[in-house]
Each structure stands twice: as structure tokens, then as C-alpha cells.
Design a protein around this ligand. Structure first.
Ligand code: DX5
Ligand code: ZN
Length: 232
């Protein structure tokens, strides 16, 4: 059976002067989720957006807001994002003193929880917390900036993550999503899906495609990404 796929455009590459319009347009163009990159100029060398912006875009869409925390420490900001309307919250294991506790905190706040693995971070961090995971995210670039090139080794790591998740699902009957984040585009998305991903973040590939047009519609790039996925 073919898995169902989710497309999650990253706001990092959107026009921040028109953020509300961008959110509405990208969902109207057929995207499934909004990927919301939070950077603190400490865990990663860039500074982006926080709970106030999440709260501001929340009324504009029914789509899930997928909050990717690249902040350290991570715990105190979690309830703020839950109150601001986040649906999923993911964080990097290196940014938490107690990974199991941080995962619980996200669930207790009413959100789905996920761990994000940097390119060089081993997958072992997921092994003893599978029960507390709703999503696993593999970074296919080093976090901090949009528009970087997909790191091909991620495909091997995706196959390993897929095997771990499938083994867990076979035992427990519970699904865990496998998201890939960084450098995804219409030319590589099919290969990424074949390696095991079911959820795809794309920032520059989506929002870059709408630049130059007054309408800022993303129908054709979303359709191209879906067509590539349908070919798998
Ligand atoms: C990187 C972010 C990603 C990234 C996606 O730190 O987590 O979400 O910006 O952007 P593209 O698709 O341009 O790599
Ligand atoms: Zn991200």
C-alpha cells in the first residue's frame, strides 16, 4: 500500500512582509501543513520567529502548524507555542537536558511530539522513547538556513529510520511520521520518499517558485511535488 504523504512548506523562505497572505496562499495552493522554523541565534546561528508570530497566523488556517524548535534550552518555550496554536512541536536532542521529559512536556501541553536529528546525530536517541514520539525528523541540511543543498547521506539514514519505525509499528500498531527537512525539491522528492520519508518540508523550493508573480500562488510547484510523489 502506498503511504500517504504530507507537504509542509517552511515559512523561512516566505515573504515576511506578507506572512499572513503567504500562509493562506500556500495552503490554498494545496499544501498540507505549515512548517514553522524557530531559531535562537544560540543553538543555531540565525534568529527567526517565536510564539507571537505563531499566534498571529493561527486564525488564518485550519492546517497543522509544525513547529521546529532550534533553540536551547527548549523546555520553557514549549507551553508558549502550545498556547499559540502549534499542533506539532519538534526539538533537537542536543538542545534538551532530559529528552524523555521534554517529549512528555509537549504531549502534556496538548501537542504531538517529535525529535529532530541533525545530519551527524545518531538515530539511537529515538530507541528508548518510541512510545512518546509522533514524528521523527531527519535534517538533510545543517540547521540554521534555508536554501541549502540536500545532503545525500540522508537517504541511507532515512532507510535506517524507516526500519526502526516499521519495527515499532509492527509491535505496537502505532504510527510515527518520518519527516525530512532541508533541500527538498521536485527533482529529489521521489527518491527521498522511496528511502522512507512520508512528510516533506520544502522552503525555498516552494516559496522561491512563487517569487515574481503578483498572485503568490503556489499551485504549480505543489502539483509538481505531488506528481513526483505519485511516481514513486
Ligand atoms: C533549516 C530549516 C528548514 C529549511 C527548509 O534549518 O529547519 O526548515 O529552512 O528550507 P529549504 O527547503 O530551503 O532547505
Ligand atoms: Zn525546519
Amino acid at each position: 500500500m502506498k503511504p500517504s504523504y504530507r507537504l509542509a512548506p517552511s515559512l523561512l523562505s516566505a515573504n515576511f512582509a506578507k506572512l499572513g497572505e503567504e500562509v493562506a496562499n500556500v495552503i490554498a495552493s494545496g499544501a498540507d501543513w505549515i512548517h514553522f522554523d524557530v531559531m535562537d541565534n544560540h543553538y543555531v546561528p540565525n534568529l527567526t520567529i517565536g510564539p507571537l508570530v505563531c499566534e498571529a497566523i493561527r486564525p488564518l488556517t485550519q492546517a497543522s502548524i509544525d513547529v521546529h524548535l532550534m533553540v536551547k534550552p527548549v523546555d520553557h518555550i514549549i507551553p508558549d507555542f502550545a498556547k499559540a496554536g502549534a499542533n506539532l512541536i519538534t526539538f533537537h536532542p542536543e538542545a534538551s537536558e532530559h529528552i524523555d521529559r521534554t517529549l512528555s512536556l509537549i504531549r502534556e501541553s496538548g501537542c504531538q511530539a517529535g525529535l529532530v536529528f541533525n545530519p551527524a546525530t545518531p538515530l539511537d536517541y529515538m530507541d528508548h522513547v518510541m512510545e512518546k514520539l509522533d514524528m521523527v525528523v531527519l535534517m538533510s541540511v545543517n540547521p540554521g538556513f534555508g536554501g541549502q543543498k540536500f545532503i545525500p547521506e540522508t537517504l541511507n539514514k532515512l532507510r535506517l529510520a524507516r526500519a526502526k519505525i516499521d519495527a515499532y509499528t509492527a509491535l505496537s500498531g502505532r504510527q510515527i511520521l518520518l519527516e525530512v527537512d532541508g533541500g527538498v525539491n521536485k527533482d529529489n522528492i521521489a527518491g527521498i520518499a522511496r528511502a522512507g520519508a512520508d512528510t516533506f518540508v520544502a522552503g525555498s523550493a516552494v516559496f522561491g517558485a512563487g517569487k515574481g508573480s503578483d498572485l503568490h500562488r503556489y499551485d504549480s510547484i505543489i502539483a509538481a511535488l505531488r506528481a513526483a510523489l505519485a511516481s514513486t
